[in-house]
Design a protein around this ligand. Structure first.
Ligand SMILES: [Zn+2]
Ligand SMILES: [Zn+2]
Length: 404
């Protein structure tokens, strides 16, 4: 079968690989009817999240049909239409029972201390082969798969595999309440769903910050205020738009590939911090492989965090859902401490949130397919990665459709 395989930083290929099969009684094998490219995948190709094992199939977002079931998967039948939780979880260990399925004790083959296990990730997360493929083996399928209601389409369900629940997790971690003023840093796919989640949880005002006009335009269509940090000073603007007191909560939906301003009044701040940002990039991305403007690491790993902390109100709440590798060790702790901020972060507990979000989609409370901008066959996956990596105008979220 065809699958997108990681060979090295800057080197991914659509290879012919062996079809997956059941290896444990808790496994399932699914035929994918939809997959997607996520910003997280780009970290592995840019080198801002290292420790990938060559030969790993990429991708952690999927929708498909069950083709084979292990003997201990008792809650599904062959032919069921399912969405894949990006993080693998067993459903019966102590963290899983508490809803912390991203911290499952059994999913990670490296043991309970191995941390979050997800599809298509670095060696320390499994590695478990990913979902940008025609078929996939799903470990702990009873918990890692969720049945899709009949009236929810593939285009909607693929958004619920990772990015919508991750955003919802971030909004819940920020404790968004009715009447809150919420800032969302980053208007990529997860940022868009963070805006939607904040509104669904009752936010009175959502202010979205990004440097790309097409992404800000989509945020405005959702009703968010928008701030382009390439055109104006985000600190001054956010102070004004929050009545001078700052936001109640801020959500970082950017992560390690954060960028500083290259134009406008915020450029000076970036120049003053040039050495600090360079050191941070060297720490998180020891190996990079840029090619024709592709696979360039973000040039300011802590920029989004700095702005988020700076623009929160006193005793405000910060949540972090943007991805940072374990090597990232810089955080503006002093500024956060001296403002009495509350900080929450983590990998989304997909299994805990996905059934609820599927219900919201099924009842029409939200149509997640509004964030989908591209639909490409798996055969065009390399070109799609390059366009998404360069943040080409209009390329916000790409669904991949394997051959049927
Ligand atoms: Zn994702
Ligand atoms: Zn578990």
């Amino acid at each position: 079968m065809k699958a997108l395989v990681w060979h090295a930083v800057g080197d991914i290929r659509l290879d012919e690989v062996a079809e997956p099969r059941i290896v444990a009684p808790t496994d399932a094998v699914i035929r994918l009817t939809a997959s997607a490219i996520c910003g997280t995948d780009l970290h592995f190709v840019r080198g801002t999240f290292s420790d990938m094992r060559p030969g790993t199939i990429l991708g952690h977002e999927g929708v498909g049909i069950i083709e084979a079931l292990g003997s201990d998967v008792r809650n599904f039948s062959i032919g069921d239409r399912v969405v894949v939780c990006s993080t693998v979880s067993c459903g019966c260990c102590t963290p899983c029972r508490q809803g912390n399925t991203a911290q499952c004790d059994n999913a990670n083959p490296n043991g309970p201390a191995g941390g979050t296990c997800f599809f298509g990730g670095p060696a320390a997360t499994g590695p478990v082969n990913g979902l940008q493929a025609e078929k996939a083996r799903i470990p702990y399928a009873a918990n890692t798969l969720v049945k899709i209601p009949d009236n929810v389409t593939d285009d909607q369900a693929i958004m619920v595999s990772d990015i919508f629940p991750t955003a919802w997790f971030g909004a819940e971690a920020a404790e968004v309440k009715r009447g809150d003023v919420v800032t969302v840093f980053g208007c990529g796919p997860v940022g868009q769903f963070t805006i939607a989640s904040a509104f669904l949880l009752g936010a009175a005002r959502v202010i979205a910050i990004d440097g790309h006009e097409d992404r800000l335009e989509m945020a405005r269509r959702q009703g968010a205020f928008t701030v382009n940090f390439e055109r104006e000073d985000p600190l001054a603007t956010l102070a004004r738009l929050t009545g001078g007191t700052g936001a109640d909560c801020a959500i970082d939906a950017v992560g390690v590939d954060s960028q500083h301003a290259h134009h406008g009044p915020a450029r000076q701040e970036a120049q003053d911090k040039r050495d600090k940002f360079r050191q941070e990039v060297a720490q998180v991305a020891p190996t990079t492989h840029e090619q024709n403007g592709n696979w360039m690491p973000g040039d300011a790993p802590t920029q989004a965090l700095e702005w988020a902390i700076e623009t929160l109100k006193k005793a405000g709440r910060l949540s972090i859902i943007g991805v940072y590798p374990p090597q990232a060790e810089t955080f503006p702790i002093g500024k956060a401490m001296n403002k009495n901020l509350t900080l929450k972060m983590g990998n989304c507990n997909h299994h805990t949130l996905i059934p609820h979000l599927l219900k919201l989609v099924s009842t029409g409370a939200i149509d997640p397919a509004r964030v989908l901008t591209q639909r490409e066959p798996l055969s065009d996956v390399l070109a799609a990665y390059r366009a998404f990596d360069k943040r080409q105008p209009g390329w916000i979220k790409t669904e991949l459709t394997p051959a049927r």
